[in-house]
Design a protein around this ligand. Structure first.
Ligand code: 13P
Length: 277
């Protein structure tokens, strides 16, 4: 069932748990996430990357993901992830997305805050808005070995919420998108300080490659939303390699698609269990 971004995250916060947010490039991926959400009775966010939304069929993908979220027996919503362009945010809101991540984190604070404020004004009381303070390095759609970027300044994160009305803050505490160039070493003291100063839900991006204990500890430290992409893609590619030779004779596409959705569901369900609090 469709649930608003704020409501979904606040419910997780009240339970001391986190929602899994999974990047969906295809309907098959979304079906896998849906299967995991239903088997774990856990809320999920279906994430659309900027590149897939702005691709020619991006609006169709968004509509498909919203249909999946609507029909899910678990609470679900759809979020446009990491967008720095206000026109794209406006278009996605008009297309009915439930939340956007207004990401001006490559810019100085003032420009980042101005983008987030403008997104909040467009979203009004309807859709949710997530901001990123500090900068989480690494590509969204192409995985590469990546070192941590600028870490979140706790006071600046609090100031951003106050000045913009953001509903959620993505923290940079040593986490990266894609593959970790060195074993991850999250800055737990920084997360604690951010938690003390910021009164909206916090999100942790770059969950792929983080040890299970780090994910559990992050949730215990107040993270309410955890973003996963690379591990889903890695598992999809591994499953394709394994299943294509089996299913190509007879062109058994239905069987292949269902196996791919199951593979995604397995990874997503593992993460959801770690986030259950
Ligand atoms: P990973 O690709 O490292 O899992 O990060 C996903 C993410 O944070 C999407 O916003």
């Amino acid at each position: 069932m469709l649930v608003g971004f704020r409501e979904l995250l606040e419910e997780r916060r009240a339970r001391g748990a986190a929602a899994g947010a999974f990047t969906c490039y295809t309907l098959t991926t979304a079906v896998g996430v849906l299967r995991a959400a239903e088997s774990e009775s856990a809320p999920v966010l279906l994430l659309v990357s900027e590149a897939s939304y702005t691709a020619p069929e991006g609006r169709l993908l968004l509509a498909a993901l919203r249909a999946v979220a609507e029909r899910a027996s678990a609470p679900a919503c759809v979020q446009l992830d990491h967008v720095a362009d206000l026109a794209t945010i406006a278009r996605a809101l008009a297309d009915g997305v439930d939340a956007v991540m207004a990401d001006g984190s490559r810019q100085p604070y003032e420009a980042n805050a101005a983008l987030v404020r403008a997104a909040c004004e467009l979203a009004r009381e309807g859709a949710g808005v997530e901001a990123e303070l500090g900068h989480i390095e690494g590509g969204e759609d192409v995985a590469a070995a990546t070192a941590a970027g600028a870490l979140t300044d706790p006071a600046e994160a609090a100031r951003c919420v106050e000045e913009t009305g953001a509903d959620c803050i993505a923290v940079s505490i040593g986490n990266v998108h894609g593959h970790y160039a060195a074993p991850p070493a999250l800055d737990w003291a920084r997360l604690e300080r951010i938690r003390e100063l910021v009164d909206v839900p916090l999100s942790l991006h770059g969950a792929s490659g983080l040890p299970d204990d780090d994910l559990r500890r992050a949730v215990a430290a107040g993270i309410c939303k955890v973003n996963v992409n690379t591990e889903l893609r890695a598992r999809l590619f591994a499953e394709l390699e394994r299943r294509v030779p089996e299913t190509a004779p007879g062109l058994r596409l239905l069987e292949l698609e269902s196996a791919l959705a199951d593979a995604v569901a397995e990874v997503a369900a593992e993460k959801l269990r770690l986030l259950a609090g």
